[in-house]
Design a protein around this ligand. Structure first.
Ligand code: G3P
Length: 205
């Protein structure tokens, strides 16, 4: 996503209502987070599979809500902000849980959380200039995180470990790179917003 693709505060067309099917799916994803965490901490392979199933269902809603919003033309600023937050709630809870369970290095969880929380805060900091929606890189990042986390959750043989870690390394790399890309986008958006405001003030003087 380029800076130009971000919705600017003064050029936003009329939007669908917040309570639409896409946003309800996004909120459902958030509601599934505590269920998933609870299942993950229960002992036994069966519970692990159940946790994996809930994680998979919640992750699939990410694909469905975005597709629905675009197809039905019900993209809202609320959805643009809430969708990445819902993803971060799910993946963040999964990463923290895996680290608490001693199955994933804490530093990996830490780096990803700093990026995810940092970008969320950044989105709110620049929101007066426009909304920064999820970029293609951001979507790829979430997909890689979901695959890596899914591989860590699945009760699988030790031989799968290199695959798990390779997937997590790829997710980590794309997480950091896309985080830096959002910082550049936010800077541009702020710069454009301030230039417009300055130009407007000058014209009015
Ligand atoms: O990289 P972000 O913060 O835009 O998040 C991307 C979303 O999770 C994609 O659905």
């Amino acid at each position: 996503m380029t800076a130009g693709a971000a919705g600017t505060a003064d050029s936003t067309p009329p939007q669908a209502g917040v309570w639409n099917i896409a946003n309800v799916l996004t909120l459902t994803r958030i509601a599934l987070v505590p269920v998933f965490v609870w299942l993950l901490f229960l002992d036994g392979g069966g519970w692990r599979l159940a946790a994996f199933a809930v994680f998979a269902v919640a992750s699939i809603t990410d694909k469905i809500d975005g597709d629905l919003a675009r197809r039905r033309n019900i993209v809202t600023d609320f959805g643009k902000i809430a969708d990445p937050i819902a993803d971060k709630a799910l993946t963040g809870a999964a990463l923290i849980s895996l680290s608490v369970l001693g199955e994933l290095w804490w530093w990996v969880t830490g780096v990803i959380l700093v990026r995810e929380i940092g970008i969320t805060v950044l989105r709110f900091v620049v929101i007066r200039y426009g909304v920064i929606p999820a970029s293609k890189g951001g979507k790829l990042k979430t997909m890689l995180q979901v695959i890596a986390i899914g591989l860590f959750i699945l009760p699988a043989p030790f031989e799968l470990d290199p695959v798990r870690w390779a997937a997590m390394a790829a997710a980590l790399a794309v997480t950091v790179v896309t985080g830096l890309d959002y910082v550049v986008q936010a800077w541009r958006l702020r710069h454009q917003g301030r230039s417009r405001a300055g130009g407007g003030a000058g014209a009015g003087a």
